[in-house]
Design a protein around this ligand. Structure first.
Ligand code: SAH
Length: 252
């Protein structure tokens, strides 16, 4: 079953390039991911099709209005029902949300999908959030001008986990975070480049030793750059005795 995303956005054009390029194109073509764009302005009133207004209490910027959002969400609910899809949970992108992790991406990749609300301006009227939003997701501690890049980020991360979308199915199993650690370094031809040779272990042809070497590279990089990920992997019981012995060695 495809993962379905209904995207509420003021800028649907931003999504087009991803539907025609690379891994995300393959996900759309094979219908592993079904993205439906809902241009918010189509649900606005009057000649000016207003979607925003000034904030009560004063202050800079504009606030996205509740009513066009509610009308848009009703249309999405009707479309989901017509497609025999369950009413999908509503996700709002916001710096105040929970930071997105690969673990959350993996859950989302199992389906059935979500309604993704892309904010603009100062954000959206709190009453829509209180009444309709199930989950707020942040991309990190910085501020973007809209929720479209976060939506594309989530869709991309979910798309590449769909079966048949990456050429090599094993490829995402060794990505950063898939086992809670950062990825190991990768090398390709030529074998010697100026003064830099490929680590000899990778040329040994010994698969078990290469796997161990890669694991140790992952442990080293993760311990140096993101020690909290080592702690988390340990707490989940994902570090072997061999891993622990190696970590002790490199921290001495
Ligand atoms: N006034 C808001 C920022 C609004 S930015 C604040 O200070 O929190 C406009 C929109 O961009 C937001 O509504 C949100 O949908 C999106 N956005 C900005 N930064 C984001 C982030 N780090 N993660 C997720 N969405 C973000």
């Amino acid at each position: 079953m495809a993962v379905r995303f209904d995207v509420i956005t003021l800028f649907p054009d931003l999504f087009a390039p991803f539907q025609t390029i690379g891994v995300t194109r393959r996900a759309f073509e094979t219908q592993a991911v079904d993205v439906r764009l809902w241009p918010l302005r189509d649900f606005a009133d009057g000649t000016y099709r207003r979607v925003d207004d000034r904030p009560f209490g004063g202050g800079p910027g504009m606030v996205m209005l509740v009513e066009p959002l509610v009308r848009c969400l009703s249309a999405i609910r009707a479309d989901q029902a017509a497609a025999a899809s369950p009413p999908l949970p509503v996700v709002l992108f916001s710096p105040a949300g929970k930071p997105l992790t690969q673990q959350r991406v993996q859950q989302m990749a199992q389906g059935p999908g979500a309604v993704l609300v892309c904010g603009r301006y100062e954000g959206i009227d709190q009453r829509f959030i209180d009444a309709h939003v199930d989950e707020e997701i942040s991309l990190g501690d910085y501020v973007l001008s809209g929720g479209e890049l976060p939506a594309l980020t989530l869709i991309d991360a979910v798309a590449r986990l769909q079966p048949g979308v990456l050429h090599d199915a094993a490829s995402h199993e060794q990505d950063s975070f898939s086992d809670g650690l950062l990825d190991c370094p990768h090398y390709s031809r030529p074998e010697v480049l100026l003064d830099a040779a490929v680590p000899p272990m990778l040329m040994s042809g010994h698969h078990a030793h290469i796997a161990r070497w890669r694991r140790e590279q992952q442990l080293t990089i993760t311990a140096r750059r993101r020690p909290e990920l080592i702690e988390a992997a340990r707490a989940r019981g994902e570090l072997s005795k061999e891993d622990e012995r190696f970590l002790l060695k490199i921290t001495l």
